[in-house]
Design a protein around this ligand. Structure first.
Ligand code: DIR
Ligand code: MN
Ligand code: MN
Ligand code: MN
Length: 299
């Protein structure tokens, strides 16, 4: 594969700072050589910088909306242009608000190809708040609502762009949902596989279902991987940990199955906060998981 690494050091969408160091930590943990070792061509384009949307606000509570809006426009264009160029973008975050832009750009590209974009959201959280429902006002908790076209975000992108159908979004690993967020999620009809459903059915059965759905629809797949999908015992380096997360092998086998499917066309690695990490433990694990997603085999 022709892979492009794009750093998105945005941290103002999260409740605490530190995610801006995420791209540097993923590079230091060896993401580029790990991918090259698997036979891929990797171009690291360094870090992007956000457009200026100064003065922009949203009705309700959306902290740093101008900055996050600026990032969204930059990342929308970066995702779209990289995909149009026939390359596979990997976005190194940065907090999860960056997916507003990366998914918008990937959806725009898919639409142009006459294909549908599906999104696999691996996260402890559903990130389906709006500036009206959000208890925190942190925009990293709003990304999915934004790209599913829920009201409350108008003006972030300059025109009406293709959005992702909520039924084309699969959430996996969810274990923390806010009250009003739950109502919005249900109303929209997003596919939510929470931790209990991983416990009951196993992640392999769930991944099979997701992969079959996407391939049956001839879809393209964007994977958005929040570090807090993982159990905090194995990945402490993130700002909003929740107990009872994905295990080491659950995460790996999901990545291995996604590689075999050949469906993944773009990827976000987000919410790594190196300030909270334990000697690079979470960064190294994320690089390992990316390797599995790009063909690393045990045997
Ligand atoms: C919470 C936390 N639902 C919020 N969200 C997080 O602030 O909206 N997402 N941490 O990753
Ligand atoms: Mn998230
Ligand atoms: Mn999360
Ligand atoms: Mn459909």
């Amino acid at each position: 594969k022709n892979i492009v690494l794009l750093g998105a050091p945005v941290e103002e969408g999260a409740g605490r700072l530190g995610c801006a160091m995420g791209p540097a930590a993923l590079r230091l943990a060896g993401i580029q050589p790990a991918l090259e070792k698997l036979g891929h061509t990797v171009e690291d384009r360094g870090n992007l910088a956000p457009e200026n949307l100064s003065g922009f606000t949203l009705p309700g509570l959306a902290r740093n909306a101008a900055l996050i809006g600026g990032w969204t426009r930059t990342l929308d264009r970066a995702a779209y242009e990289t995909l149009k160029d026939g390359r596979m973008p990997i976005f190194l975050g940065g907090d999860h608000s960056l997916s507003m832009g990366t998914v918008a750009g990937a959806a725009r590209h898919a639409e142009e190809q006459g294909r549908k974009l599906f999104v696999l959201w691996m996260d402890a959280h559903a990130d389906f708040n709006t500036p009206v429902t959000s208890p925190s006002g942190n925009m990293h908790g709003m990304s999915v609502a934004f790209f599913c076209g829920v009201d409350g975000f108008s003006g972030i992108l300059p025109d009406d762009r293709p959005v992702v159908a909520p039924e084309h979004v699969f959430m996996c690993g969810i274990r923390s949902i806010d009250l009003d967020e739950r109502a919005e999620l249900t109303k929209a009809g997003v596919n939510v596989f929470d931790m209990r459903s991983i416990d009951e059915h196993g992640i392999v059965a769930l991944m099979k279902r997701i992969i079959e759905t996407v391939s049956g629809a001839d879809g393209l797949l964007h994977v958005s991987f929040d570090t807090d999908f993982l159990d905090p015992d194995i990945a402490p380096g993130t700002g909003t940990i929740v107990r009872g997360g994905g295990t080491y092998r659950e995460a790996h086998v999901a990545m291995e199955m996604l590689y075999d499917s050949g469906l993944v066309t773009s990827l976000d690695i987000v919410e790594l906060n190196p300030f909270l990490d334990d000697r690079g433990k979470s960064a190294y694990l994320l690089v390992e998981l990316v390797s599995s997603l790009f063909g690393q085999k045990i045997f």
